[in-house]
Design a protein around this ligand. Structure first.
Ligand SMILES: Nc1ncnc2c1ncn2[C@@H]1O[C@H](COP(=O)(O)OP(=O)(O)OP(=O)(O)O)[C@@H](O)[C@H]1O
Ligand SMILES: [Mg+2]
Length: 310
């Protein structure tokens, strides 16, 4: 116990994560069952005290899918999305991303999260940094981290290392200056794409909500994610700016980006989603293609919900 008492806060947090709270039971296999799924959730449960927010959800997202999550306030949509990249620790169950169990302590969660772009309602840009620095911060950081790891491997390479999960990808060793230049070139490309190249050196506070949200999306794209997770990306925007953000998301969808998007924009869900999940009371109460969900809803709660929002 003495050892535990002297742990630093960071170590305690890590110890907490390492606690084997995911009890092995018959209903929770520890392997992904579907090798084709990009994300696979098994028996995901999230409780806050006595409140069950996610109730034993099993679901998969396949490459190229555009999954819209709709449902009443408090139904668990944000919690579900946050559990997908383990921003929220599941109380029970597993989340697999590209076959890696994100709830397993052997898996480097930061390495996995790089490939999951997340965009929130409230932009979450760093207000003390200009636009370009906002976009390049993470790519520069991870590139330098990979280079440090690669250098370390060069020096201490042992046979069998490659069998370890999540060893950083092979990278070319470059100087920080080169890394920064590459990241900035890519950021400028992305900014040009959304017509905001001239805003590279300004601070977020000088931009409109729509511009800030498009920059938040581009910042996530700068990491070359395999999937984008959006939590109500337009609900904090003035109505006239909703269109420009949805247009960008639709463009990404059309290019084949896999996405999971929590939205109250039913028209958008109907047009862009390949599958709609209706979440209520911590469960996926109904799901299906948009035509079925909006045209022929079966679940009573879904019908009631649609009668209010459509
Ligand atoms: N950190 C927390 N502590 C306690 N309860 C929480 C916490 N986060 C969420 N909840 C509760 O979990 C439930 C689901 O919340 P969640 O934010 O996932 O809902 P939602 O479907 O995204 O709702 P909305 O449409 O309003 O965004 C709510 O009852 C909420 O109060
Ligand atoms: Mg929410």
């Amino acid at each position: 116990m003495k050892g535990a008492e002297t742990l630093s806060a960071a170590e305690q947090a890590r110890t907490k994560v390492q606690k084997p709270k995911f009890a092995k039971t018959e209903k929770t296999p520890v392997e992904p069952v579907d090798p084709d799924a990009l994300i696979e959730v098994q028996h995901l449960t999230k409780r806050y005290g006595d409140l069950v927010v996610l109730d034993d959800i099993s679901e998969k997202v396949y490459p190229g899918e555009k999954v819209a999550i709709i449902g009443p306030s408090g139904g668990g949509k944000s919690t579900f999305l946050r559990c997908l990249n383990v921003l929220e620790d599941p109380t029970d169950g597993y989340v697999f991303f590209e076959g890696n169990n994100l709830c397993d302590l052997k898996v480097d969660i930061n390495l996995q999260r790089r490939r999951m772009g997340m965009v929130f309602q409230q932009f979450n840009l760093f207000n003390n940094m200009n636009v370009l620095d906002n976009i390049t911060l993470a790519p520069i950081h991870v590139a330098m981290q990979d280079i440090r790891r690669a250098r370390f491997r060069q020096v201490f390479h042992k046979k069998g290392d490659s069998e370890k999960q999540n060893t950083a990808p092979e990278v070319e060793i470059r100087s920080k200056k080169q890394v920064k230049e590459e990241a900035e070139a890519r950021a400028m490309q992305l900014l040009s794409r959304i017509g905001l190249a001239d805003k590279a050196k300004v601070y977020p506070s000088t931009l409109s909500g729509g511009q800030r949200q498009r920059i938040a999306i581009v910042r996530a794209l700068a990491m070359n994610p395999k999937v984008m997770l959006f939590d109500e990306p337009t609900s904090a925007l003035d109505p006239e700016m909703v269109g420009e953000v949805l247009a960008l998301i639709k463009e990404l969808a059309d290019e084949g980006m896999t996405m999971v998007i929590v939205t109250h924009e039913m028209g958008f869900a109907r047009e862009v989603a390949t599958r709609v999940l209706f979440m209520a009371g911590g469960k996926i109460a109904e799901q299906g293609p948009p035509a079925q969900i909006f045209g022929a809803p079966q679940n009573e709660r879904l019908r009631e919900f649609l009668s209010k929002v459509l």
